[in-house]
Design a protein around this ligand. Structure first.
Ligand code: PMP
Length: 394
């Protein structure tokens, strides 16, 4: 049986990480995989997480199963974080999932159960795992323009033109903030236009939010999602705690659904729980418990928010340093977009050949589509990268 298996393609981003590790040059710079790193190149455990973990060690009385939805305290805390305190509880259903990826996967399976012919529309480009999971599940896929390679900003006119193809009942996947891989984001006016368009078309927003707090701040990064939620009858939200709580390996995420009215709430909730049961039964608890401990404790929450804010401001500072270094070297403002982009990533707009040249000559590792992980930089490597970008002729 096992010999019948076909070889699977190596995940490009994970393949890049392996190539980086194998590179003997000590000047090498890793701007590849999407993990936050501090100036020392470490992905630290956040202070509030350490305290919450100690609290679990001291106080937890049992490791018995939770519920199929996980602990409701976690979903409620996450709803407050993403949707704000006055979200419509009577229309809200949610389950804890293994990471944001698990939430996306469960959302796609829910869509298949409810609406097998619906097309799910993805931005071009998007996080490569979106089309990969959809292809694996056989979910019909559509694509809308998103990034203007000339301005390195959102191609909003192109996006809206392509969304004209959306049918009633289709889903449109939108990155809640900090678009991966481009770093270019909708402004609030554009979010409102998208919401009105989806309503007029009878299409459903499907939000993937994996970097809340990495862009303009915790509240600001949720503003688009909240605006959509205030306008549409139903929506799906797949959220990840990997980045903003720094608990990548704990696999902590949540899938939320807003139903059109309270009448469908329990139908949605039981279907979400059914899906968890079929796929892995009970969701992981450790990371979810850490998150709900922090969000329900004023002192811990304040400390977490402070540390997250330092992370965010550090990345903004690196963006500015890189944009300044490139302005000096290019004698132009054409790299100003790096300071405008938000989140951990920017798409540089370099060709695959230029990306390859930077890897070969300067030991700089970025994804082939020229996505940079800004958090992979520090004050020493910013000038090295700026030199390499100019030398490659970007
Ligand atoms: N969505 C996007 C856009 C992402 O970049 C990621 C992480 N790379 C995720 C979802 C999922 O994250 P995780 O499963 O690690 O929580």
């Amino acid at each position: 049986m096992l010999s019948n298996l076909k070889a699977q393609p190596v995940d490009k981003i994970l393949g890049l990480a392996a190539a980086y590790r194998a590179d003997p040059r000590d000047t090498k710079v890793d701007l590849g995989v999407g993990v936050y790193k501090n100036a020392q190149g470490l992905t630290p455990v956040m202070r509030a997480i350490k305290v919450a973990e100690q609290r679990i060690v001291d106080e937890e009385q049992t490791k018995a199963y939770t519920g199929l939805a996980g602990d409701p305290a976690f979903s409620e805390a996450m709803a407050g974080l993403i949707l704000g305190t006055d979200y419509p509880r009577e229309r809200f259903a949610a389950v804890a999932t293994p990471g944001g990826t698990g939430a996306i996967r469960q959302a796609l399976e829910l869509i298949q159960m409810a609406s097998p012919d619906a097309t799910v529309w993805l931005s071009n480009p998007t996080w490569p795992n979106h089309p990969s999971i959809m292809k694996y599940l056989g979910v019909p896929m559509g694509e809308y323009r998103y990034f203007d390679n000339a301005t390195r900003a959102v191609d909003f006119a192109g996006m809206m033109a392509d969304l004209e193809g959306v049918k009633a009942g289709d889903l449109v996947l939108l990155h809640g903030c900090c678009h991966n891989p481009t770093g270019a984001n909708l402004n609030l006016t554009q979010w409102g236009e998208v919401a009105d368009f989806l309503n007029a078309r009878g299409a459903i927003p499907f939000i993937d939010i994996a970097y809340q707090g990495f862009g303009d701040g915790l509240e600001q990064d949720a503003a688009g999602v909240r605006l959509i939620a205030s306008k549409v009858p139903e929506m799906l939200i797949a959220a990840s705690c990997s980045k903003n709580f720094g608990i990548y390996r704990e696999r902590t995420g949540v899938l939320m659904a807003l139903s059109p009215s309270s009448a469908e709430q329990s139908l949605t909730q039981t279907n979400l729980q059914f899906l968890n049961r079929q796929n892995f039964s009970f969701p992981p608890d450790h990371g979810a418990r850490l998150v709900s401990i922090i969000l329900n404790d004023d002192a811990l929450k304040t400390d977490w928010m402070q540390e997250l804010e330092d992370v965010r401001l550090g990345m903004l500072d690196l963006r500015q340093q890189l944009a300044d270094a490139l302005r000096e070297r290019s004698g132009s403002d054409r790299f100003g977009f790096i300071a405008e982009h938000r989140g951990m990533f920017s798409r540089l707009g370099a060709s695959p050949e230029q990306v390859e040249a930077m890897r070969e000559h300067n030991a700089i590792y970025m994804v082939g589509d020229s996505r940079l992980n800004i958090a992979g930089l520090n004050a020493q490597t910013v000038p090295i990268l700026a030199d390499a970008i100019i030398a490659a002729g970007v």
